[in-house]
Design a protein around this ligand. Sequence first.
Ligand SMILES: [Zn+2]
Ligand SMILES: [Zn+2]
Length: 328
Amino acid sequence: MRKASNALLMSILLGTILLVPGKSMRYTAPTPAQRLAAIGPTAGLPEALRRALEPRDDFQPMAEPGPSDWLANHPEAGQTFDRFVRSRPNRPDKHRSKIYLQPLGSFDEGEGASLEQMRRFTAAFFMMEVVVLPPSGQAQHHLTSRRNPYTGQIQLLTSDILKLLVTQVPEDAFALLGITMSDLYPDPSCNFVFGQASPRDRVGVYSFARYDPRFYGEALSARSHKLMLRRSCKVLAHETGHMFGIDHCVWFRCLMNGSNHLAESDARPLHLCPVDLRKLQWSIGFDVVKRYRRLLHFNRQEGFEDEAQWLDKRLRFIAPPERDSHTR
Ligand SMILES: [Zn+2]
Ligand SMILES: [Zn+2]
């Protein structure tokens, strides 16, 4: 029970910019043996999955954090695969099998990431059906808002959005996720928050506002669209990962690493380390090879060449062509 409530509390605070550095403990990078122990024993797993969980040199160990990085300010102990399973997280089943995305307010389809691109990425990443609901206006729901004193931008209060989403969770939803281009704040004393979730209620809300160069007064450039799509995909997969009960990763450089600032978030890869891949696979039960192939297709289509090359290399190790027919 203690674990469950910790996980909930942590997920709720994820992405909040806390200005008070942690004092109680310091993060120490795990040893290779600790990283392997976090993955757990893989003997007896189907061969393709077992190979997918072998780190080899395709995953970089987590390095010591810089002074402003997440782990220097939020030293987390790390969640092993075993601890994750013991936390009894929500899992999709045949009755609750879909991820719903609820756009709140308008999305600049021509300039930012399109909802269809985000839907395709999320469907490939989680190997689940993803439904984009019709955009819902903010005004009609009487959501509390304010003008942020530092940025001058309108912000929406996350607790209002979560309360609204809880009443709208479709029957077949594993999760209902509000997504918005508006900036968010979790309570009047906080500057802003990237997102807030209540995994046990199966709802969350994430903002893409601070991933848009225009938020910082910068003009859109030729590479803005690709950058914004990549950031949007990353935040969607990271925050949705929390909906599955996956905590921040301290083992490898991984999509589930916490991030304290935009540069740290941009430096995160778009893929999961073996520890977190195992958690997600255990929860959803997908075929790891099919998932990587779908993600490879998406990354190639969108021109994310570095990710595509990484996936291609990984696939050649997990399922070399001559073994293809035996993989599952
Ligand atoms: Zn997070
Ligand atoms: Zn990880």
